[in-house]
Design a protein around this ligand. Sequence first.
Ligand code: AMP
Ligand code: GLY
Length: 420
Amino acid sequence: MNILILGGGGREHALAWAIRQNPKCDRLFVAPGNPGMTDIARCADLDVLDGGAVVEFCALEAVDFVVIGPEAPLAAGVGDALADAGIPHFGPSAAAAQLESSKSFTKEICDACGAPTAAWARFTEADPARTYIRAKGAPIVVKADGLAAGKGVVVAMTEAEAIAAIDDMFGGSFGSAGAEVVIEEFMAGEEASFFVLCDGVNVLPIGSAQDHKRVGDGDTGPNTGGMGAYSPAPVLTDVIAQIALDRIVKPTVAEMARRGMPFKGILYAGLMIENGQPRLVEYNVRFGDPECQVLMMRLGAQVFDLLLASAEGRLDRMAVNWADDHALTVVMAAQGYPGTYQRGSVIGGLDAVPEDSRHMVFHAGTARKGGHLVANGGRVLSVTARGASLAEARAEAYAMVDKITWPEGFCRSDIGWRAL
Ligand code: AMP
Ligand code: GLY
């Protein structure tokens, strides 16, 4: 089959790496892709937010299957354009993608199906929101309703912080994403990510992970897209995963089907676990980045069969071939990230890093310039390794990091600390 992956980050490099190994894969395209993938795929220049352009590309290149990586094309309806054109694809419709693109939509679904989550209220004006915060007190969580690239959430430890967040969001800092605000009860506990494939009716868990959102060691400093991740997440035991599946994921999928917007794709449930009970923090409707890198490392080539079964409504007949080992990824970012950073610094040493089924350097923000590999984004590389234990995976990944020479880059030195 000819396969097109939309996206160009570490997540898409990992997807391409796994899919390439599947014997069903003939030609592989990634749009826009990145320099890390040029030996396994053709990188195509294509506006991935333009459903019409994607459909046209598929016709031109005889693409049989499309995997949509990031949330933006999903929310923009690229899945719907492919469905209308009869092109098989992995990823939900724009209506079903509201599970990520609208926080209040997800809270309503949870209420309708009884999925445990934080108590909440929705506001379209600042005054009643301020009154609500004063009545509830801190800690409290303030969220812009729409997509805000992971920056629309303020976990406020004081009332003043919460009110400042309200002023900020209604003041237009998040554009239309902040026109509506959700205020939530603060949930204590440990977070884990649970990844479940869905075909509209059936669900199939494919793994768990934990990421590190803060930029600094010890989980300090501002939030980022994710500075590292590991899989599995020890806190998400089999028993807790089953509870999350039965009380959160399955009721959600049933409620979505009942509303005529069946969910097909990957449901990435962010869970807060306290006293053995999971509650939903949020859904994403795509793989996490960098969580995808550790999941792909452990799943390998079978991933494509699973994505295909999800698109074709056959997940009830599929099983996952579990690797019983661990994977860990360390993100190398440009100095300054998540604030302002420079592009164009030269990255060396990659030739010295062995790449095989247990070691991969996935590229995110890289470019080729004058024969050199250079940094071209905030998060630049995702250095990933497997090991018999989490400690071994971590030692392997950091040994790879040590071989990379990039003075303008940095990484956290403690990925995995919570689990170790
Ligand atoms: P979200 O974008 O909804 O995942 O929120 C980003 C982060 O904020 C989450 O990963 C949590 O760490 C934190 N968070 C969100 N909602 C809550 C909540 N109700 N209670 C505690 N922490 C939260
Ligand atoms: N690493 C967090 C995310 O992809 O949403």
